[in-house]
Design a protein around this ligand. Structure first.
Ligand code: UFG
Length: 338
């Protein structure tokens, strides 16, 4: 298993994974429609690895164009990142989210079948657990109704992959449920580069740190958590990328479908993130307490012991490491990647 199709391979997690694949002797074939990423990311991957991976500017919903990629490259396995991911936007534009995320996944799976590619690793999310009834979350906890269409697409795609594995004994899949990916490549060349005002905590804090945004709004301080602010399991994107390389190794011997939480196993509150950021960077983050965000849960963190046991992987970087790297990226790319 060597040549890996990476859909969404220029995105925040995809680009970091492409780098880890190259470092580990794989040959990534990157597909990205540049909807939420920049072509300059490819140059930066080359700068960092001295390898320019094969790249196709293709939308995974475009079966004809993606067919050409499968035809021109002997693909051994797929890592499927491509998809829309903004929770609030998915509530406003459900049809866009269902169409894009489901169709692209179905097209990828159909082409895998046609070209005898048997293994897929899918970017799923902790969001499939819905409102947790106990913590930490383990993989056997029930998948529950999501609070938004984005989350529903993750649940549905997981199900589609499971059904396909039931229908085809040669087909295998690994569902990776990410908790909260943060941080950036330590070089500062790659990182999270959202369009417009960030929805997520870490890019928001980074933009406050460089003065692009005025202050952080802490969404709720009356949750049943130690300091009243929301608790999440923040995982450094480099650790997360390495988790995909570990999953590829597991895919070689796997039969059917398996699922792994990728997190750190530790919960950190919003105010703890602010403190960690200030400690790591020396920059003060002004904040005000704002109302809760609709749909937010109080706490969410993973039990990652299955990944440790079976993938021989665990997160080693800290929230402070991630804050330092995110700030470094933001300073080097104040207006995002050009
Ligand atoms: N938060 C703030 N202020 C902000 C942004 C976020 O206080 O400006 C708080 C949130 O209320 C939450 C925490 O910071 O308590 C983390 O929020 P993020 O938006 O960074 O992350 P979420 O946990 O809401 O979302 C993440 C992923 C989603 C996924 C979801 C559930 O980004 O893709 O986890 O698994 F669906």
């Amino acid at each position: 298993m060597k040549r890996i199709l990476v859909t969404g391979g220029l995105g925040f997690i995809g680009s970091e994974t492409t780098i880890e694949l190259i470092k580990n002797g794989y040959e990534p074939v990157v597909v990205d429609n540049l909807f939420n990423s920049k072509s300059a990311v490819l140059d930066r991957i080359e700068e960092l690895t001295k390898v320019r991976p094969a790249f196709y500017q293709v939308d995974c919903c475009d079966e004809k164009a993606l067919e050409k990629v499968f035809g021109e490259n002997e693909i051994d396995a797929v890592i499927h990142f491509a998809g829309y991911k903004a929770v609030a936007e998915s509530v406003e534009k459900p049809l866009e989210y269902y169409r894009n995320n489901l169709l692209s996944s179905i097209v990828v799976l159909r082409l895998m079948k046609r070209h005898d590619v048997h293994g897929i690793i899918f970017s799923s999310s902790a969001t499939v657990y819905g409102v947790p009834s106990r913590l930490p979350l383990v993989e056997t906890d029930p998948v529950q109704e999501a609070t938004n269409p984005y989350g529903e697409t993750k649940i549905m795609i997981e199900r589609i992959i499971e059904d396909e594995a039931k229908a085809d004994p040669d087909f295998k899949g690994i569902l990776l449920r990410y908790f909260n990916p943060i941080g950036a490549h330590p070089s500062g060349l790659l990182g999270e580069d959202p369009n417009g005002i960030p929805n997520n905590l870490m890019p928001y804090v980074s933009q406050v740190a460089i003065g692009r945004l005025n202050h952080l709004n802490v969404n709720g301080d009356d949750y049943p958590t130690p300091d009243g602010t929301g608790v999440r399991d923040y995982i450094h994107v480099v650790d997360l990328a390495r988790g995909h390389v570990a999953a590829l190794k597991r895919l070689e011997t796997l039969k059917g479908v398996d699922v792994y939480n990728l997190g750190t196993g530790r919960g950190t509150s919003v105010l703890e993130v602010v403190k960690a950021f200030e400690k790591a960077t020396g920059v003060k983050i002004p904040y005000v307490i704002a109302p809760r965000r609709p749909g937010d849960v109080a706490s969410n963190y993973a039990d990652c012991s299955k990944a440790e046991r079976e993938l021989h992987w665990r997160a080693v970087l800290t929230v402070e490491d991630a804050c330092r790297d995110a700030y470094n990226f933001q300073k080097m790319n104040p207006e995002g990647i050009k």
